[in-house]
Structures are given as structure tokens and as C-alpha cells.
Design a protein around this ligand. Structure first.
Ligand code: SF4
Length: 281
């Protein structure tokens, strides 16, 4: 798998991104972190998985970046919030590793997805890695909360074939409570992607009591349909698989008593998106 720059670091290979990983990049001097962020020649990755069928079309290699400035109450990977929790990996090593999968990914109509954390926290590394993958003829996708879309230029966007865009809620105040951040930058990025006719899959997590307000979902559906470039909407059920990470990191977890949504609630949310003419799953 991708070789970390630190000899004692564990392998990036992960059975799933639900593995708890902390402090793996803590020995990297802060000046090196700053340089890496500025030039993108090194990135911090939480993990790296192959054979994913749920992170874009076909079978995919997924690299999960470390670092996210949002604080979603239902985040299932809070260990990705801190960049230095990730394993430092050179761009060169990451590119070499992707090259090994190039032929297989094409045969399986798949590609490479950069997810996180928030990949655009490391925008230079993200752009360079996605550009390298694109240059190898690999289909590229980035999963993002959209708030840092302004960091990438239109020319750089051309190297990204698909954006997996998370929309958490519609109401600005609820968005603040749910994520700790404003919704406007995300909506602006969504509109920009629409203007550029960039294919987008919207991801919406259904959390009982938090994101299941029917009027709110209707507003998201209306907005999403108005964009004209959204190929599908994925309605994802809230789950408790990340709870142990909150506890291990001694973070205050507010959703202990929240149950996953019922299949009926999921279907109802999908139906709201379909009512606007969207393909929803
Ligand atoms: S944007 Fe994603 S990684 Fe960041 S806190 Fe929210 S759910 Fe977690």
C-alpha cells in the first residue's frame, strides 16, 4: 500500500474508514506541515481503501484525508478532524500507488475518490493527486462539504469528473447548530458547479430529529433540482458506527439516544427528492 514517509507509521490500508487513527503525523514539524499545505507535495491521509462500490460510480480506490474544519454532530469519523492524526504521504508515493490500479479501475468502470475529513483542507495536495489520476485516464471524484470550493480554480475543477457534495440541512440556523459552520459557501459552490455543468451527486444524511424535517428536505430537493447538474441524490441513514470514536477522543457526543431512521422514513425522504424529478436512492 502507499508507503508513509515515517518508517514506523502503520499501513494506510484500512478495511474501512471506521478504524480509529490518531497522532500519526504528530512528529512532522509544523513548518513541514505548512510547506506541505502550500505546495501539495505531501498530504495527510487517514486511510486508503480499495474495492469501494459506494463512493462514486463503479469500483473505486478511495483515499481518506485527515483534516476537517466542520464539527457535524453526527460525524462518524471525528478522528479525521485533525490533520496531524493522518499519515504523511508524499504526492509521489500516492501517485505511484494509484498507477497500480489504473487498468483494473478502467475495467471495472470505476475510479479514484478523494474523501475525508474534508479533502479541500489540503487543497493543493488534493488538486495535484486528482490531476495525476486524471492524467492517467482514471475517473476522479472528490467528496466534499463544499465550503472550501473557492480554493480550486475552474481549470483545476476540470480534472475532477464528479463531485460528491454533502448537503446537511437547508435552514441556516439549523446548519450552524449541526455543523458549526455557515451554509452559504456550500450553496455558492453548488451553484458554481452547476454553472460549469460539473456532474454532482448530492449526499444527504437522514438523522431522526435533526435532519428529517419534511419542509427542510423539500427545500433541499427544490434547490438540488434547480441546479440541473445533479445526477443522483443519495439519502444515507444515520448510524452509530462512529460513536466509539467520539468516546475514545473524549468528545461530547450528543446523539447517544438517536436511532437510525426507519426504512419508511428513508423511502419518504427519497420520494421527496424524486418528486422534484431527481434520481434518489
Ligand atoms: S464535514 Fe464530514 S468529516 Fe467534516 S465534521 Fe462533517 S461529517 Fe465529519
Amino acid at each position: 500500500m502507499i508507503e508513509a514517509t515515517q518508517s514506523k507509521s502503520p499501513s494506510l490500508a484500512a478495511g474501512s474508514p471506521f478504524e480509529l487513527r490518531v497522532n500519526l503525523g504528530q512528529d512532522v514539524p509544523e513548518s513541514d506541515v505548512r510547506t506541505a499545505l502550500a505546495n501539495g507535495d505531501m498530504g495527510f491521509l487517514h486511510s486508503f481503501t480499495t474495492g469501494s462500490t459506494v463512493d462514486g460510480p463503479g469500483v473505486r480506490v478511495v483515499a481518506w484525508t485527515a483534516g476537517c474544519h466542520w464539527r457535524c454532530l453526527y460525524c462518524h469519523n471525528p478522528d479525521t478532524w485533525t490533520m496531524t492524526n493522518g499519515i504523511p504521504v508524499t504526492l509521489c508515493k500516492a501517485t505511484e500507488e494509484l498507477r497500480k490500479y489504473r487498468s483494473g479501475l478502467k475495467i471495472m468502470s470505476g475510479g479514484f475518490t478523494l474523501s475525508g475529513g474534508e479533502p479541500l483542507m489540503q487543497d493543493r495536495f488534493a488538486v495535484k493527486l486528482l490531476t495525476a489520476a486524471h492524467g492517467m485516464g482514471i475517473h476522479t471524484a472528490v467528496e466534499t462539504n463544499g465550503s472550501l470550493g473557492g480554493r480550486i480554480t475552474d481549470a483545476e475543477l476540470e480534472k475532477i469528473d464528479l463531485v460528491l457534495l454533502g448537503i446537511k440541512t437547508w435552514d441556516p440556523e439549523r446548519h450552524r447548530r449541526l455543523t458549526g459552520m455557515e451554509i452559504d459557501p456550500l450553496l455558492n459552490f453548488a451553484r458554481r458547479l452547476a454553472t460549469r455543468r460539473k456532474p454532482v451527486w448530492v449526499r444527504f444524511v437522514l438523522v431522526p430529529g435533526l435532519t428529517d424535517d419534511a419542509n427542510d428536505i423539500a427545500q433541499i430537493a427544490k434547490f438540488t433540482a434547480s441546479l440541473g447538474n445533479v445526477e443522483r441524490v443519495e439519502v444515507l441513514p444515520f448510524h452509530q458506527m462512529g460513536r466509539f470514536k467520539w468516546k475514545a477522543l473524549k468528545l461530547s457526543y450528543l446523539l447517544d439516544d438517536v436511532q437510525p431512521p426507519s426504512s419508511g422514513a428513508l423511502e419518504h425522504a427519497c420520494a421527496q427528492f424524486r418528486a422534484e424529478g431527481l434520481a434518489a436512492y
